[in-house]
Design a protein around this ligand. Structure first.
Ligand SMILES: Cc1cc2nc3c(=O)[nH]c(=O)nc-3n(C[C@H](O)[C@H](O)[C@H](O)COP(=O)(O)OP(=O)(O)OC[C@H]3O[C@@H](n4cnc5c(N)ncnc54)[C@H](O)[C@@H]3O)c2cc1C
Length: 461
């Protein structure tokens, strides 16, 4: 780290965002501007909402995220930079389904739930004939306004309620634990790009055809993960940060106080503070944070992991990665992932299958239930969906309060208002602001790290 600069930076929050920010700050091109970097977390581990534990005889089965999007460069790039390039694995080519009074294959040619292959949609048993007829009108409709910035309003106006509820909301809602009737369209970039065209179906068809045409040439996998679990990515990032002279302080509930020319964090003085914590936590730390608005809304999730026997796991589910449950027919379970079908390295040494089952989303609270109740409801829903009464040999239940930030319509205006209200030297980054997925968090952490340096050094990275 620099011996000329006296600039000290505190990064609060050692999730993937804070780890990526801290790692970026000690890279050679920025290190000359930064004398020292300290990464703080109130927990006694790094990772935040990324973690895993041993399960079913395997060293690490993720309790939260199990993969990152590999078709954008940030997570792959970070993994390579911190020495995990050769440890990355990719899911098996197993198809997902939607449960709606039975399991239905997801129709081919979908782009984030938007139908791009009318023939495949017309053959799907997931949508009624009435719903299909309504969806097929889409290419003939005039352009719809996106001024409301609401996914549900927009999709319902284009395709009708069935396609929205059984495909678009089922897919996007399960990724973000969201109610897409109250979620920003602009913050789901793939959808926002489709919405630039008059017809979504025609735009999605172009993309689906292009992907099919290039599928064999670019067999690039869509998702990836370190073989040792997603926590390995955060741990390796923090370790590399330390090897470059960074300091880590864990298990410390810290406050933030203004000093004459800077900030005091955890008893030390800093010139710059990057808050890589969820927005509701940042609002508690920062006096300048705008009065609470729906920008800090988050949805709670519970992840139930089951180890079931091979005998109980029906053959008809083999080769499937899992299924989603659309909102109109949800009771408690929102999605189930057949982990040992999805990941080749998740096959328990003693046999059997690992299932990861998600409960809870925006508008469907779950944390008030006790553990026994949650497990009972999980098994009951699986019986209803799959016709199997599982008797798992191992059960793990992980509660994730505030699991997913909920990006309300016009989220970007709120983010801009937050950033413009903060005192000089204070920055916010992470899943509450700049994208929920892991690559977006990495990009946010790195970008804000660069911005914090350019703001204080006059550089413009
Ligand atoms: C169940 C689940 C499944 C998911 N699946 C996927 C997936 O498959 N793919 C994907 O891309 N994304 C997934 N995500 C989303 C992704 O994991 C998160 O968006 C991302 O990890 C958030 O990272 P972050 O660093 O912004 O926040 P966090 O991980 O929340 O990190 C913030 C850190 O700040 C610390 N902190 C908070 N307050 C303070 C304080 N006052 N002082 C000190 N430290 C503080 C916390 O302890 C925490 O470590 C999933 C999330 C969950 C919960």
């Amino acid at each position: 780290m620099s011996d000329v600069s006296s600039h000290r930076v505190a990064v609060i929050g050692a999730g993937i965002t804070g780890a990526a920010a801290a790692h970026r700050l000690v890279q050679p091109d920025l290190a000359a501007e930064v004398a020292s970097v300290v990464l703080f977390d109130c927990e006694d581990r790094v990772g935040g909402r990324i973690d895993g534990t041993s399960f079913a005889g395997l060293d690490c089965i993720d309790t939260g995220a199990d993969a990152f999007l590999a078709r954008v460069p940030e997570a792959i790039g970070l993994a390579q930079a911190v020495g995990l390039g050769d440890d990355l694995v990719h899911p098996e080519r197993a198809g997902a389904a939607v449960w709606y009074d039975g399991l239905h294959d997801i129709p081919e040619g979908l782009v984030l739930g938007v139908p791009g292959n009318p023939i495949s949609l017309s053959r799907s048993g997931l949508i009624s004939w009435r719903g299909k007829a309504r969806a097929m009108l889409e290419p003939f409709l005039p352009r719809s306004s996106t001024n409301h910035d609401n996914i549900g309003t927009y999709m319902r106006s284009r395709f009708g309620d069935e396609v929205h509820e059984r495909l678009v909301d089922a897919l996007i809602g399960s990724i973000y634990a969201a109610d897409t009737d109250n979620f920003s369209l602009a913050e789901v970039p793939q959808l926002a790009t489709l919405a630039n065209d008059r017809s979504l179906l025609l735009a999605a068809r172009r993309i689906a055809r292009h992907s099919a045409g290039t599928a064999s040439a670019s067999a690039a996998p869509i998702f990836g993960a370190p073989r040792g679990g997603m926590r390995q990515l955060v741990q390796a990032t923090v370790k590399t940060f330390e090897q470059h002279g960074g300091n880590v302080r864990l298990g410390q509930e810290i406050g933030l106080e203004r000093t004459g020319s800077g900030w005091q964090v955890g008893g030390d003085d800093f010139d710059t503070v990057i808050c890589a914590v969820p927005a509701d936590r940042a609002a508690q730390l920062l006096a300048d944070f705008p009065a609470s608005t729906h920008g800090t809304d988050r949805a709670d999730v519970v992840m139930v992991t089951l180890h079931v026997s091979d005998d109980e796991f029906p053959d008809r589910l083999r080769g499937r990665s899992g299924y989603l449950v659309p909102k109109p027919v949800q009771r408690d379970v929102t999605a189930a992932s057949f982990g040992s079908q999805k990941w080749a390295h998740w096959v328990p040494p003693g046999g059997g299958q690992i299932l990861r089952v998600s409960l809870g989303r925006d508008g469907a609270p779950v944390l008030h239930l006790n553990d026994d109740d949650i497990v009972a409801r999980t098994l009951d829903d699986l019986r209803r969906h799959l016709g199997v009464t599982f008797s798992p040999s191992e059960v793990r239940l992980t509660r994730w309060p505030g699991a997913f930030a909920q990006y309300r319509p016009h989220h970007r205006r709120w983010v801009d208002a937050v950033r413009s209200s903060l005192a000089p030297g204070i920055f916010v980054a992470g899943g509450s602001y700049d994208g929920i997925g892991i690559p977006a968090c990495i990009r946010s952490g790195r970008t804000i790290a660069e911005r914090s340096v350019s703001a204080t050094s006059g550089l413009s990275p």
